[in-house]
Ligand binder design. Structure first.
Ligand code: NAP
Length: 318
């Protein structure tokens, strides 16, 4: 099983959805794309369409985000709902502490005959303490064990800030650690929503044939967390609400569809069954060009995720 794991260092042209950075010494790249016996280009059809990556593999346009705001069992229950209503792309990370509960939900649904592992696109992420090439495998194997799988569809560097030492998952966003100097080519999965449109980066990625994934696509971020996270009030924005009423959709559906129209993938998070379902019911309508443009003019450079802990890191801001 894990012994057949194939660790392949990527060249810039194969980068899946983080932005390529121009560095000369690509021998030090720590980004890994890990695949083993994956058939994700043959993923079973669900109501969510796929986007084709430059690698030739398919990635469902809307995925399910699992950032760790959850109480015990919340991810397990919400992921079950997500699988039942048709999500096949899941975003997790060592940091989130959601890999095991997500895996329980997947294992159960595989047992029930709803899907096969090869129908899923699973992403996990390497934490900042393990950027050194010799440390990557250990953390990757840890994620594979937690997820009870022998391959990931995508393994990403979580943040482009390497630090030294070790910390517990629950303390990772609170613990200040000494910086480490590890070269890398790229590490950004990016925040995108109408108050942070990120146009320059999206244009660059389009030009380079890199598929971008938007996090915090509803602009909520860690809504009930500390100061370093600043949720945007997009769901009550008057322009969004007016457009939503015109299409007979919710504000959240308009925010997500706006991303789909702009050509990237999105990973909204919700633990509320009706919202989980609603967030993929966005393929029975499309926004016209004028409405896409109107929403794009709402940009305020409002970022939900600041990660102040890394403000003095040479790679900050990211
Ligand atoms: P988000 O998806 O923009 O917002 C989540 C919030 O919106 C939750 O509070 C959720 O509430 C609410 N919500 C969801 N659907 C809704 C709907 N239809 N109507 C009204 N409210 C709704 O923010 P996010 O969780 O920060 O980002 C999404 C995912 O991106 C994360 O879970 C994580 O997987 C990923 N991410 C990655 C990175 C990275 O560095 N790579 C960084 C940040 C996030 P309920 O849950 O209460 O329903």
């Amino acid at each position: 099983m894990a012994s057949s794991l194939n660790f392949a260092y990527l060249s810039r042209t194969k980068v899946v959805y983080y932005l390529g950075r121009h560095v000369n010494n690509i021998t030090k790249i720590t980004k890994l794309h890990i695949r083993c016996n994956s058939n994700s280009n043959k993923m079973a059809s669900s109501k969510v369409p796929n986007i084709k990556l430059s690698s030739g593999h398919a990635m469902p346009v809307v995925g399910y985000g699992t950032f760790n705001l959850f109480k015990e069992n919340e991810v397990r229950d919400a992921a079950r709902v997500a699988l039942e209503v048709g999500y096949r792309h899941f975003d997790t990370a060592w940091l989130y502490k959601t890999e095991e509960e997500l895996s329980d939900a997947i294992t159960q649904k595989i047992k029930d005959g709803l899907l096969k592992r090869s129908d899923l696109f699973l992403t996990s992420k390497l934490w900042n303490t393990h950027h050194r090439p010799e440390s990557v495998e250990e953390m990757c194997r840890d994620s594979l064990t937690s997820l009870q799988t022998d391959y990931l569809d995508l393994y990403l560097i979580h943040c482009p800030v390497a630090v030294k030492g070790s910390c517990k998952q629950g303390d990772a966003l609170k613990t200040k650690m000494p910086h480490d100097d590890v070269d890398f080519i790229d590490t950004w999965k990016v925040e995108v929503h109408p108050y942070y449109t990120n146009n320059e980066l999206l244009d660059y990625c389009k030009q380079e044939n890199i598929v971008v994934t938007a996090y915090a696509p509803l602009g909520r971020g860690m809504s009930n967390s500390a100061d370093q996270f600043k949720p945007a009030n997009l769901l009550v924005d008057k322009t969004i609400q007016k457009i939503a009423a015109k299409y007979n959709k919710t504000a959240a559906q308009v925010l997500l569809r706006w991303g789909v129209e702009r050509g990237y993938t999105l990973i909204p998070k919700s633990v509320t069954p009706a919202r989980i379902k609603q967030n993929i019911e966005i393929f029975d309508f499309s926004l016209n060009e004028a409405d896409v443009e109107t929403i794009s003019t709402l940009n305020k450079w409002h970022k939900c995720y600041h990660l102040d802990l890394y403000r003095d890191h040479p790679e900050y801001p990211f």
